[in-house]
Design a protein around this ligand. Structure first.
Ligand SMILES: Cc1cc2nc3c(=O)[nH]c(=O)nc-3n(C[C@H](O)[C@H](O)[C@H](O)COP(=O)(O)OP(=O)(O)OC[C@H]3O[C@@H](n4cnc5c(N)ncnc54)[C@H](O)[C@@H]3O)c2cc1C
Length: 474
């Protein structure tokens, strides 16, 4: 018997003309960053200065850390430096899913963080709550909507997997019931979680955090790359293009960009993720697909799509292809990948054929810092004066806030439930170097695609990779 055609695969199946028409006018820039609320850029740093805490990196991780540092101790002097503009990187171009999970989902949690699972659930829920409380406290309007998340089965084997997962929480919807929430001919079932998932406007979040930091007195400098750190015993010297900053303590919040700590460079892999944004849907179009409530959706494949609506009823549609570009360079050219944009458009049109004439207004990509444990890690260097966190693997909107709290605990020498976690005490396995890396990643990607086509079962390559402690199966 021939296997049924999978809902999604690498072959573009939608009429080529329809894809061309849908993508014809798409701007190749992140939709979110075009918002008129974009703030003025802070000046760059020149000269010399001293500070209690230097935060390097102006994405969510750096900003959440600076904000919490000031909240904990308003008298502490905090300087934040960003090599380009605050929010230009992942933090201004992501999907805006605020997920409570700190482990990239329960399965990965069981695999890598089994000894911490009891504690992690509580810490994740607390961080998720405090995330929203912080927005309210600092008057940050990031279009926060706590509408929950829906996982949809598009393949037969995923139906049972979702039914089983419902035993741990959430409401299972069969194919017919699911049409009450959203309609697609590809859907076979769904699992809805009303808690633990919210949505934000990513750029409004990063800009709001910047404004809150400034209000609390954080000294912010943009277009100020730090080029080297030197341990000077009782302080750390950070060299920038035009100056020197002497800091008692330093936080490295530089995501998957080359770490200023040489020994961390092999702990993350820069991979690229891509998204499309549609034009705003009309009331009639929304009624066609029946998607009225503000929940996010992802499909239950290993190579999955994630999608959500915006405040003006566009659909952001992303994921599936996660691409490692040979050599691992982080360059603007990689933010564009026409082949992936075509594939995403094809998959969108297969999912919602009711929206046949839809146009995409934006198409872009961005770098994600993948770690072999598919979740962030934190640690200390330079005699306990430098804290770092990286490896968020595409799920950092809420987890970066938590990472900031862990780094501040570590720098203060506080032993807490957070600092006892495996993610703060053990480093993930390093990523093998080139020329091994590129072919290894391709091998694993193909194995993941095969597993998706093969009832979700791991083949020998994935089993071996998992046994060795490597996993690229997000
Ligand atoms: C397309 C896409 C979709 C995503 N969707 C989601 C989602 O829906 N939900 C979710 O939870 N996560 C998502 N993510 C991941 C999430 O965006 C990231 O995990 C998060 O933004 C990481 O924040 P960050 O501050 O660590 O990194 P960044 O935002 O990358 O910030 C790091 C900053 O450090 C600066 N920097 C680097 N080196 C230096 C230096 N030497 N000196 C000074 N500055 C330096 C960089 O310029 C950069 O601005 C997505 C990511 C992408 C790319």
């Amino acid at each position: 018997m021939r296997a049924a055609t999978p809902a999604y695969d690498l072959d573009v199946r939608t009429d080529e003309r329809r894809i061309r028409a849908a993508l014809a006018d798409a701007a190749h820039t992140p939709f979110w960053l075009e918002d008129p609320g974009r703030p003025a850029t802070a000046p760059w740093f020149t000269g010399t200065t001293e500070t209690d805490l230097l935060v390097i990196g102006g994405g969510y991780c750096g900003l959440w850390t600076a904000l919490q540092a000031k909240e904990q101790n308003p008298g502490r002097d905090v300087v934040l430096v960003e090599s380009a503009e605050i929010g230009w990187a992942a933090s201004g171009r992501n999907g805006g899913f605020v997920e409570a999970s700190l482990t990239h989902g329960p399965e990965n949690g069981r695999r890598y963080f089994a000894e911490d699972l009891d504690v992690l659930g509580g810490l994740a829920a607390e961080n998720f709550r405090e995330f929203h409380d912080s927005l309210l406290r600092h008057g940050i309007d990031a279009e926060y909507q706590r509408g929950g998340g829906l996982s949809v089965a598009t393949e037969p084997h995923q139906v049972e997997a979702l039914r089983r997962a419902a035993a741990e929480g959430g409401v299972f919807y069969d194919r017919d019931q699911l049409t009450e929430l959203v309609r697609s001919p590809l859907y076979r079932a769904g699992l809805f979680h009303s808690d633990g998932v919210a949505l934000v406007h990513p750029a409004k979040l990063v800009w709001g955090l910047k404004a809150a930091c400034k209000k609390l007195g954080v000294r912010i400098f943009e277009h100020t790359p730090v080029t080297a750190l030197t341990n000077q015993g009782c302080a750390v010297r950070a060299r920038t293009d035009n100056g020197i900053i002497r800091a008692r303590q330093v936080v490295l919040a530089t995501n998957g960009f080359p770490s200023l700590l040489k020994r961390n460079r092999m702990l993350t892999l820069p991979v690229y993720d891509y998204v499309l944004m549609t034009e705003p849907l009309t009331g009639a179009q929304l009624a066609e697909i029946g998607w009225q409530r503000p929940f996010g959706i992802s499909d239950a494949s290993r190579q999955f799509h994630y999608y959500r609506k915006t405040a003006d009823n566009r659909i952001l549609w992303g994921g599936y292809d996660v691409v490692y570009h040979r050599g691992g360079a982080i360059v603007p050219d990689h933010d564009q990948r026409p082949e992936t944009f075509d594939r995403l458009a094809d998959h969108f049109l297969r999912t919602f054929p009711q929206l046949g004439d839809i146009r995409f207004t934006h198409a872009w990509g961005g770098m994600i810092d993948m770690s072999t444990q598919l979740a962030a890690f934190q640690g200390l260097a330079m005699g306990g004066k430098v804290a770092y966190s990286s490896g968020f693997t595409g799920l950092g909107v809420a987890a970066t806030r938590f990472a900031g709290a862990v780094m501040l605990d570590l720098l203060a020498g506080r032993e807490t439930a957070r600092t006892r976690l495996r993610m703060a005490t053990r480093r993930p396995l390093p990523i093998p170097p080139e020329p091994l890396l590129y072919p290894a990643v391709q091998l694993i990607r193909r194995a993941i695609a095969r597993a998706d086509r093969n009832g979700g079962r791991d083949g020998i390559i994935l089993k071996t990779a998992n046994r060795l402690g490597f996993s690229f199966d997000s």
